[in-house]
Design a protein around this ligand. Sequence first.
Ligand SMILES: NC(=O)c1ccc[n+]([C@@H]2O[C@H](COP(=O)([O-])OP(=O)(O)OC[C@H]3O[C@@H](n4cnc5c(N)ncnc54)[C@H](O)[C@@H]3O)[C@@H](O)[C@H]2O)c1
Length: 341
Amino acid sequence: MTQVPAFAVVSGAQVHEAVAGREEQVTRMVEAAYRLHGEGLTVNPDSYFLRFPDRPSDRIIALPASVKGDVGVHGIKWISSFPGNVAGGIPRASAVLILNDADTGYPFACLESSIISAARTAASAALAAATLADARGDRPRRVGFVGAGLIARYIHTYLAGNGFTFDELGVHDLSAEHAEGFKEYLGRSEKGEITIHDSAESLIRASDLIVFATVAGEPHVHDPAWFAHNPLVLHVSLRDLSPEIILSSYNIVDDVEHCMKANTSPHLAEQKVGDRDFVAGTLYDVLTERTAPPADKPVVFSPFGLGVLDLAVAKYVYDQVAASGALHTVPGFFHELKRYG
Ligand SMILES: NC(=O)c1ccc[n+]([C@@H]2O[C@H](COP(=O)([O-])OP(=O)(O)OC[C@H]3O[C@@H](n4cnc5c(N)ncnc54)[C@H](O)[C@@H]3O)[C@@H](O)[C@H]2O)c1
């Protein structure tokens, strides 16, 4: 007879324990998920955005997905973004993720997922940075962060974990307090010079690798001339750059269909010109050398964020916790199991 799986609850502390210090392994999981996605071995439907008429800056997004290969699970991430939380001293984003058994469909784990989401986002950004920089022939040594929240911190950790080293580090944030806090964080591990920039322009002009991790809802960086030195741009917050900047850059996305939605900067560029010809390809195309980034243009990576990455990292976490014998299962979670009682 088929067995119903036990149902486990994995806490944020356990997720942290499973991923902290394992940035390279998590990045390899994310790379494998991108490759499975590129090979057609995933199902990744559109994310569903729950929005509130009376709270326009808040949202909760559902990301259902399925991954074959070594990951071999279905599941869904349910992630809230309430930017006002930060003023109250708690993180903007909170999340859970459900893993479903590939054979029976039964959910078998619920994991705290703000850490999984931040880790997969940072791993994806670091993977793109390494792949694109190495294809261009040199790794940037001047990095700048526009937006200095939790995602920027994870991206810094994952850049370092993937071998990036910096002589100069810049920070720009609309909040002086956030910029100072991030500078202090960087100073704990970085030996290079750390500068807070009062303007995005000054930071962009002084950086060869630029990370956008703001909560901007519409473009606030408009002038392509600020990018005349052809930097590598990790456009993780997706809505910072004007269509003119996108159109004058070499653009890589994670998934073209997904990225051309929800008024991202690439979506605005598509609406402006009526086509997608400005997208050179996906990260999978770069990984498989179907396209190569030029040295004489800014290179912009805009990742919409794929649920398949969350599943790959969540399954990795689940396997680590299970192997350590620390899985907390809920006895009797599935109760109504006999067809006729
Ligand atoms: N693409 C993806 O897969 C993905 C995944 C996770 C998060 N994200 C995005 O990353 C972003 C950052 O998330 P977080 O959790 O770090 O948020 P956060 O609220 O902790 O930090 C955002 C920071 O940006 C600053 N900021 C806002 N507007 C700015 C502007 N115009 N210029 C400079 N700084 C500005 C804020 O003061 C704040 O310090 C969010 O937009 C989130 O949606 C993207």
